[in-house]
Design a protein around this ligand. Sequence first.
Ligand SMILES: NC(=O)c1ccc[n+]([C@@H]2O[C@H](COP(=O)([O-])OP(=O)(O)OC[C@H]3O[C@@H](n4cnc5c(N)ncnc54)[C@H](OP(=O)(O)O)[C@@H]3O)[C@@H](O)[C@H]2O)c1
Length: 327
Amino acid sequence: MSILHPWTRRKFLAASAGTCAWALAGPAFGKDGAPAPLPTATLNRTGRRVPRLGLGCFPIGQLASEEAAAAVLDAAIGSGVRYLDTAPSYARGRSERRVGSAVGRWLDAHPETSREEFYINTKTLERTADGARRELEQSLERLGLDCVDCIQCHEVHDDWPKLFDDDGAIAGLEKAREEGLTKHIGITCHRNPDFIKSAIERYPFVTALVPINPIDVQHRSFVRAFLDFAVAHDVAVIGMKVFGGGFLLDRTDEKGRPLYTPGELLRYALAQPGVKVCVPGCERVEHVRVDVQAVRAFTQPDAAWLAAMEARAGPHEGKSTEWYKDD
Ligand SMILES: NC(=O)c1ccc[n+]([C@@H]2O[C@H](COP(=O)([O-])OP(=O)(O)OC[C@H]3O[C@@H](n4cnc5c(N)ncnc54)[C@H](OP(=O)(O)O)[C@@H]3O)[C@@H](O)[C@H]2O)c1
């Protein structure tokens, strides 16, 4: 499997000169002085074992400078993050280009490592076979890869039956998988758990990206209504909205103290049944460092701790709380 187009490598090696932040993340050191490794989990039917902290790469596309994006990606990869979540719709492909460049940079600098260590996930909003195929080919071009590890049908809602039309996205993606353009096919949903459950009843998606956080339980809950179902269907759950897109970190109690720390929210999400990896989005290297340290220190909490996290969330205020769910 090839890694990167040479032009991409050159361009980003130049762009990132002097910005290598691989050493910045951590430290949470073991007895021998080496950084404690991130805990790992197997992504169910994929058979792939990956570190439980991934990187959500929507903000990677948003960042104005190549250097800033490279610094965040390099900090995450240098700390052991291997699950990278991107999409063609993230800044019109800029996220994918930057992810591909960062993986190439890492592999060039560490010839002892291999592409197979990474789990690179992209997505498609297309619902037709031709559209999904075309979008996957464009993603591969931008990532500089021959094959992604997974392509997820992105943001399914009440349009989910279209995926299964004779000329629907699943037909196109299955053909692409047969031809070696993707290893796996997954799905994402944040509006309503009923949609993703219906789609999974119809087709054996191997991964599912859904919101996982303590306020989720109050409205159209993926934690309550989807996770046991996912476990029963052997679907690897990937947690997004772990920080509610950021708003849960801004919530304060009556004394103005933060209601949650990033570490508590990551612990809550990773403790849920079936959740294998979380993909927080980060624009800042300092945030990558905090998230890495929190996941390195992960221990499974008891039910009382999880219930207390949910009780702390405060009142649900509809769209201003979870704008990404249906009313
Ligand atoms: N439908 C879909 O498929 C879908 C939808 C949404 C998201 N996603 C994926 O999920 C990823 C995450 O997005 P999300 O919407 O779920 O957001 P999120 O991860 O819940 O929250 C991201 C926010 O948390 C902040 N943050 C991260 N670590 C922090 C720390 N240690 N301390 C303080 N703040 C911290 C980030 O700040 P900074 O940016 O300033 O670092 C950012 O504002 C996206 O990048 C994307 O890959 C997928």
